[in-house]
Structures are given as C-alpha cells and as structure tokens.
Design a protein around this ligand. Structure first.
Ligand SMILES: Cc1ncc(COP(=O)(O)OP(=O)(O)O)c(N)n1
Ligand code: 3NM
Ligand code: MG
Length: 204
C-alpha cells in the first residue's frame, strides 16, 4: 500500500489534552498532516478503541489514514487503516495476515543491525529514530543525528520516515537524507495552534 509520509502526526494523550485529541488531529490535518498515528500508552483497551473510532470518524473523507500504535487488537476492533509496531511489539507477518493486504504496516528501526535483520515483505514503511533526544518517549535509543539517519535511509528497502525531536526547521534536512518525511509529536500536539504548527513544516 502506498503511503504519504510527508508529515506524520503521532498523538500523545498529555500534549493533545490542551485542545482535545480529535480537535488537535483535525486542526493538524487542515495544516497538511498526511498520516495520523494514535499512540497512548496509558489508555484502557476500551478507551483506546473509542479514541481510534472517534479519530477514524473525524478523518473520514480527508484521505488521511489512521494508524494505531502497538496494538493489533485495537487496530482490528476500530477498523483503523494501519498499525505501527516496534521491534518488540509483535510479528509483522502475523499483523499483515490479520490486517489484510490493504492495511498500512510500519515498523521502527533504530540501527543498521535491525535493518539487516528486517523482514520487509509484510511492511509498507519504516520509522527511523530518534534523530534527536526527546522527552516525549521514555528510554529511547541513542539519537542518530542526520548522518546516521542518512545511512539508515540508504540501507532501507522501504520508504522511511524520521522521528524524534524534529521541528519544522528540520524538514528540509530530513528530506535531504532521503527520508520521505518527518513524524512528530510535540512539534504539533500541545502547540497553541496545531494547524499553524503543521503548516510550518511546509514553509521551509
Ligand atoms: C512513525 C513511528 N516511528 C517510530 C515509532 C516508535 O515505535 P516503538 O519503537 O514501538 O516505540 P513506541 O512508540 O511504541 O513507544 C513510532 N511510534 N512511530
Ligand atoms: C514515539 C517516538 N518514537 C521515537 C523513536 O525514536 O522511535 S521518538 C518518539 C517521540 C517523538 O516525539 P517528539 O516529536 O515530541 O520528539
Ligand atoms: Mg511500540
């Protein structure tokens, strides 16, 4: 499945609380976000499914797909458009089988060793990071910087999106590495105006 990774919004429950989850996402889509991931490590199963369903309804007609982080069961229950898994979040082949051929499947890769072991067959894209240190994700891997990001992109058999500490001012540098775009949390979620914050990624 072809996926537009140009500006990938990953949600955060605390940061999105400023304007509300759905309101933040809808405003960010007005600002040009091309893909949305629901990421909430605290929500109960029922809350997560409810959030996913509300986001899916809010995104209907926008052409922007909804991806669920970590949870195949929630992605299936909410009829989300895709699933993003980390290295220890489950088997990508099992996820593809369960989600079907039309689903968008992404995997996180942090280093060249993981890239070399990759089973890219079931996947549509890779999330590469963190580019910079970030307070949004606890216990993240060692930051890559742009040079190691570029080496990972060059080794990637799939379209890749960069993540971790990225701001609008980094958009051009990210694209120069060969990555298709930037995935961001705090550069949009929790900003005074998420629409303006998203649009800033296209202004540079
Ligand atoms: C687009 C994108 N890239 C990477 C990640 C990180 O996934 P993971 O390593 O599983 O960490 P958590 O997000 O689950 O904490 C991502 N979510 N999205
Ligand atoms: C969810 C996530 N994954 C990362 C990784 O490196 O895999 S970094 C990250 C959080 C990115 O948040 P912000 O844009 O606020 O820095
Ligand atoms: Mg994960």
């Amino acid at each position: 499945m072809r996926v537009d990774l140009t500006l990938y919004l990953v949600t955060d429950p605390r940061l999105c609380a400023r304007h509300g989850l759905v309101e933040t996402v809808v405003a960010a889509v007005r600002g040009g976000v091309t893909l949305v991931q629901l990421r909430d490590k605290q929500a109960s199963d029922d809350e997560l499914i409810d959030q996913a369903r509300r986001l899916k309804a809010a995104l209907a007609g926008s052409g922007v797909p909804l991806i669920v982080n970590d949870r195949l069961d929630v992605a299936l229950a909410s009829q989300a458009d895709g699933l993003h898994l980390g290295q220890d979040d489950g088997d990508v082949a099992v996820a593809r089988q369960a989600m079907g051929e039309q689903a968008i499947l992404g995997l996180s890769v942090q280093n060249l060793e993981q890239m070399a072991r990759l089973d890219s067959g079931p996947l549509d894209y890779l999330g590469l990071g963190p580019v910079f240190a970030t307070t949004t994700k606890q216990n993240h891997a060692r930051p890559l910087g742009f040079d190691r990001l570029a080496a990972l992109v060059a080794a990637s058999p799939l379209p890749a999106v960069a993540i971790g500490g990225l701001q609008a001012e980094h958009a051009a540098r990210v694209r120069a590495t060969g990555a298709r775009g930037a995935a961001v949390v705090s550069a949009i979620c929790g900003q005074p105006d998420p629409e303006v914050a998203a649009r800033a990624f296209f202004d540079v």
